[in-house]
Design a protein around this ligand. Structure first.
Ligand code: BJ8
Length: 430
């Protein structure tokens, strides 16, 4: 992944070149071991290999060229920040969540050690000057979801301009009104930063673009119902991660082509794994790239992930924005409605999430659910109790994992996953 042809661009962005080269080398090694080692991958995954090989190169060059033409880049860390608003001013929306613990030491100089790895990771990226996406952003948009994020944004703002929107945590009519007004406040801020007006027409076009991206991800999910699944869980995870970086129109086109190929594979009974591989649903915290550890552990142990109940998965793609709004204000109403339907554990109560986990378990015919939570993430580690009780009632086997971004616990996770797969095997035979 290291490529000196971009060195000047990285220098101009203020990156720490030596540390950044080290990061790209580590990522390249991970990718080779976890992705390129897979056998019988669909040909369309070439697109993923290309995007990953250029994730800090060509894509950043595109962002810089867009900026040179006066377009603005908006970064965010959460599904509740509507990317439609950035697109409506001809801006670019990028996800900034990070899934690697390279900047942890720096982050821990500012944040408590018992902060979740996701927060420490993006903070560490900023403090260590390792992320060209953050550096390319004209505005970072935060949200009041968990306490860790909202307090971290206050400090992050000292390092990079950060605008925080208030997300309510209970879905009452009053909360919906507050949320709608926050969407309006964000729209106004995006107009101010970009110097462009959001019109009914530009917003409607943006809604259709993002809906098309969600539809192709829904199409991909549906294809994973097949037995054997035509694509591995880790490739599907990567697709869900890449959607936060790549151009949405190009992404939609490439993944549609990949889905055509997956349909052909299903017709010919070509699977990414044997048909008897245990089918797993992963549920919980989002896995930002390059957080591939748990999927790798699961699939290396002989199972296959067929769905993700996660923000990097169906939590982010299941709902579309209604396309019947005409005016700017009507479309903002539809956007506010759609986004408040997301079932993050930051909300209370959050029973929709429990229903969705059961629904997905049935839909993808899973043998078991693995609940994944980052250490120190109170919303998901606490909500895991309710998930467990719900799945117990439904007689769906459940395993609860808590981890971080280090590789230190990989063999311990492997032992626990293998023991779980044995239980699934016994259940199948019994
Ligand atoms: S909509 S899941 S992206 S808030 S893991 S930082 S919750 S302590 S990521 Fe999230 Fe939006 Fe919800 Fe999705 Fe906090 Fe937990 Fe860390 Fe988390």
């Amino acid at each position: 992944m290291s490529n000196s042809k971009y060195e000047q661009m990285w220098k101009d962005l203020g990156l720490d070149i030596a540390a950044h080269d080290g990061l790209l080398d580590v990522l390249g090694g991970f990718y080779k071991d976890i992705y390129l080692s897979q056998k019988n991958r669909p040909k369309g995954t070439d697109y993923l290999d290309f995007v990953l090989s250029e994730i800090h190169g060509l894509r950043i060059q595109e962002l810089m060229e867009a900026k040179a033409q006066g377009r603005k880049v908006f970064g965010s860390f959460c599904l509740y920040v509507p990317e439609e608003l950035a697109l409506a001013v001809d801006g670019i929306s990028v996800g900034l969540c990070a899934g690697v613990d390279v900047g942890t030491k720096e982050a821990e100089k500012v944040l408590p050690r018992n902060t979740c790895a996701l927060i420490k990771s993006f903070f560490g990226f900023k403090l260590s000057a390792l992320c060209p996406y953050i550096e390319a952003c004209d505005l970072v948009i935060g949200e009041t979801t968990c306490d860790g994020k909202k307090k971290a944004y206050e400090i992050f703002n000292d390092y990079h301009p950060t605008f925080v929107i208030e997300l309510p945590q209970i879905k009452t009519p009053e909360a919906k009104k507050l949320w709608r007004s926050e969407i309006g406040r964000l729209a106004a801020k995006i107009e101010e930063v970009s110097g462009k007006e959001i019109t009914g027409e530009s917003l409607s076009k943006a809604v259709r673009t993002v809906n098309a991206k969600r539809k192709v991800l829904q199409r991909l999910s549906a294809l994973r119902k097949a037995n054997p699944p035509p694509i591995s869980g880790r490739d599907a995870l990567l697709i869900n991660q890449v959607q936060f970086y790549d151009d949405p129109v190009r992404f939609t086109e490439k993944i549609n082509t990949l889905c055509d190929e997956l349909e052909e594979r299903i017709e010919k009974d070509i699977g990414a794994v044997p048909a008897d591989a245990p089918r797993i649903l992963v549920s919980g915290c989002p896995m930002a790239a390059p957080n591939w550890k748990v999927y790798f552990v699961i699939e290396k142990s002989g199972a296959v992930v067929v769905g993700e109940e996660s923000c990097v998965g169906e939590r982010g793609t299941r709902n579309l924005v209604a396309e019947d709004g005409q005016t700017r204000e009507e479309i903002l109403d539809r956007i506010a409605e759609r986004y408040l339907n997301i079932d993050c554990a930051c909300f209370t109560p959050n029973d929709e999430r429990l229903d969705h986990i059961v629904e997905m378990s049935r839909k993808y015919k899973v043998d078991g659910v693995i609940h994944y939570a980052l250490q120190f993430c109170a919303p998901y580690t606490i909500e895991a109790y309710k998930v467990e009780k719900t799945l117990e009632r439904e007689n769906i086997p459940f395993l609860r994992l808590e981890t971080d971004y280090s590789m230190e616990d990989a063999s311990q996770l492997e032992t626990r996953v293998q023991a779980f797969l044995e239980i699934l095997e016994q259940k199948r035979c019994g």
